[in-house]
Design a protein around this ligand. Sequence first.
Ligand code: ZN
Length: 294
Amino acid sequence: MASLRVWIVCSALLLAAGCSAANPAARPAGSGAAASAAPADPQAPQQPKLIDLEAGKAAVPSAGKLASVKKNALKVFYSNPKAGKQVALTFDDGPDNRTTPIILDILKRNHVKATFFLVGSRASAYPDMVKRIIGDGNAIGNHSWSHPDFARVSADTARKEIADTEATLTAIAGYEPSLFRPPYGTLKAEDEPVIAQSRMNVVDWSVDTRDWAGTPAKQILTLVRKELHPGGIILQHCSGGGTGHLANTVEALKILIPELKEEGYTFVTVPELLNLPAALPASSVKVASGNSQG
Ligand SMILES: [Zn+2]
């Protein structure tokens, strides 16, 4: 248990530092941890579950808490240090019709493409917003149906969360997204065959802005300036958030994009950054249809 705790803290530090030297583009999740159980991380902030998606009350945190995936069992992408001066903006937990369109406007105005990790139930509620995300040239990924902590649900539930979202996104987008980001960055050992069966690539991040927690825009900018390295993946949100409804995210983004461009960064999608296909081969589309209501 002690070694697991240490590993989690070290991993969090590595993530926070965007440590490109010790943080290869893909490394086995759980490396260094002799863990097989899925204990809750007592250091992780206690946040409400996504119960009322529409109310915007339930901030959807991503604590960077990497769970106890079996050693060497699964690759998780955090960045691509070999990508040169590229950066991938990612926005989680959408879509909605409040913050997502504002972020899309900013991206479009700046000729920047980003990656949106979408919650299936919200994609189902706002299919036109999903189409707009894609139509603007952005990439999308699967972020589960109802945003549970995968460490605390059964493998069967995890499978259904992924499959239902996969079916919904595929129906709207016309292709099966190749990316999956588990809520809170958390997976457990029992999820490994589920992920393997889905054939998706698990993508976390190298810079966590903690924007969902209402982190002031100025602080978000300071954090990115400190932690971003070439090939980094920045985590932000396009739905949820606290009382400010991610106004901080919007404010920071308006400054962040021109600033990083000035520094010589090129904005790319996650598939571009990691040299992954945006879509899985059509032959792999095998999700169950019918019940996509979770
Ligand atoms: Zn999330």
